[in-house]
Write a protein that binds this ligand. Structure first.
Ligand SMILES: Cc1cc2nc3c(=O)[nH]c(=O)nc-3n(C[C@H](O)[C@H](O)[C@H](O)COP(=O)(O)OP(=O)(O)OC[C@H]3O[C@@H](n4cnc5c(N)ncnc54)[C@H](O)[C@@H]3O)c2cc1C
Length: 419
């Protein structure tokens, strides 16, 4: 078992969550969710809360365990084995909790974070609008202050957990003159303040997690429910994107791993042309490639989590982990189905459900195209900022151009960048 990157506490949490997944999660619940007989998995959240497994990294006084980000990612991979719907229900307290823990008042922590981690309140987050999710800062939802309330108007769609949620973290425009990044604020909006919840679409996978559209028409949100500073939604959004993207990275590693374990056992038993199919390299090399990618993905997730633990800016590492892990997870499930052949396409094995689930991971929490935009942006900034700080001036295509304080490259640059 791959654990060289984990310390003893992290290995213990992995084993504890693995036992929870094995012993305390009813497979019938997953099947009921997938067949749409169940709209929201309250019993799963209550069971996780009972074991004190929600929001592991938050302070104990607010219901967490005070652990690090790596522990949470280890837990997420284990929960991920169950698929995205339960993985998402498990992650949301961590995502919404980040906003409240980092930016909320002590009343907000007491009234929202604590009951959320105790499984007594269900949360959802409203970022994406019908007009689009990638251009988050172009939001149309508005919040206008009137006396001691904000009047909120707008719609958010694809709100995971929306059907079951008691409250939503909602971003709205509060400054109509400022640039987009200085114009948004975040609010805790209770469902019973007048939020209309509509289940609008049938989903390809991830069913039963209660994805909904929420409609707010003149909803009066008390001023005390503003999270952080007015017009500082940008800071809260950036903080929340760490758990949002890391949890959506770790889950698919669990899905890919689960699918590969099924495929390995199947390939060991299933025969074709008088031998076990694992003897065909066309089959066994899929296992080699997929497990290598999953292990690499895990390394990227842990690296980003470790950097998050230092409190340093970790956007590049988080986006790299999200892109790589979601693609590795999806490919592993896809190849596992191929290894099983036709039976993999049926509901005899959970692979077809994992396949439908895993497809979402490259789209949500910031699509992988948007993650690549972020990564290249961070890389260009990193390298060019270092050039500027060293007063390094690069003249293209000139031998000897790559002069720095420490090094003098005497060859033409294309020696170092052959492509
Ligand atoms: C099941 C499900 C659950 C979800 N849960 C939530 C939730 O709980 N809360 C929430 O707020 N949102 C949620 N989402 C929304 C999700 O985050 C968005 O779908 C996602 O961010 C993409 O936004 P979009 O669908 O509007 O696509 P668009 O933004 O319209 O993008 C369409 C395509 O264009 C690409 N694109 C857009 N801009 C660029 C660019 N600048 N460069 C390159 N390519 C670009 C995108 O990558 C994508 O391929 C959920 C979605 C689903 C399907």
């Amino acid at each position: 078992m791959f654990d060289v990157l984990l310390n003893e506490d992290e290995r213990n949490i992995r084993d504890e969550v693995r036992r929870f997944v094995r012993d305390k999660v009813d497979r019938e619940l997953i099947l009921a969710m997938d067949s749409k007989a169940k709209e929201y998995p309250y019993e799963f959240i209550k069971a996780a809360a009972k074991e004190n497994l929600l929001g592991l990294r938050f302070p104990k006084e607010y219901g967490g365990r005070g652990l690090g980000w790596v522990s949470e990612m280890v837990a997420l991979e284990e929960i991920g084995v169950l698929g995205i719907a339960l993985g998402c229900a498990y992650s949301l307290p961590s995502i919404v909790g980040e906003a409240i823990d980092r930016f909320g008042t002590s009343e907000q922590k007491k009234d929202y974070l604590l009951p959320t981690l105790q499984g007594k309140k269900i949360c959802g987050e409203g970022l994406t609008e019908p007009r689009g999710g990638s251009d988050f800062f172009g939001t149309n939802t508005t919040a206008i202050k009137k006396d001691d309330v904000f009047i909120v108007n707008g719609e958010k769609r694809f709100v995971a957990g929306g059907v079951g949620a008691d409250y939503f973290l909602v971003y709205a425009k509060t400054d109509f003159k400022a640039p987009a990044h200085e114009a948004l604020s975040a609010f805790l909006v209770d469902r019973d303040m007048g939020v209309k919840v509509e289940e609008e679409y049938e989903l390809m996978g991830c069913r039963g997690m209660g994805a909904a559209r929420i409609v707010m028409r003149n909803v009066e949100v008390p001023v005390v429910n503003l999270v952080g500073e007015l017009n500082d939604g940008n800071s809260i959004f950036n903080a929340m994107m760490v758990p949002e993207r890391l949890t959506s990275a770790a889950g698919p590693i669990g899905m890919g791993r689960a699918a590969m374990e099924i495929a390995v056992r199947y390939a060991d038993k299933r025969e074709a042309f008088g031998r076990a199919i694992k003897k065909f390299e066309a089959i066994s090399f899929k296992v080699a490639d997929c497990t290598t990618s999953l292990d690499a993905a895990r390394g990227l997730v842990y690296r980003a989590a470790k950097k998050a633990d230092t409190g340093k800016w970790c956007r590049k590492e988080v986006s790299q982990a999200k892109v790589f892990a979601t693609e590795a997870g999806f490919v592993a499930v896809h190849e596992a189905m191929q290894i099983l052949g036709g039976i993999g396409y049926t509901d005899v094995y959970p692979i077809e459900r994992l396949y439908r689930d895993a497809r979402l991971a490259t789209i949500w929490t910031g699509s992988n195209e948007v993650q690549r935009l972020i990564i290249q942006n961070e890389v260009f900034n990193e390298i060019l900022a270092e050039d500027r700080s060293l007063k390094r001036d690069v003249e293209l295509d000139t031998p000897g151009a790559y002069k720095t304080d420490e090094k003098v490259y005497t060859e033409a640059p294309n020696k170092y960048y052959p492509n």
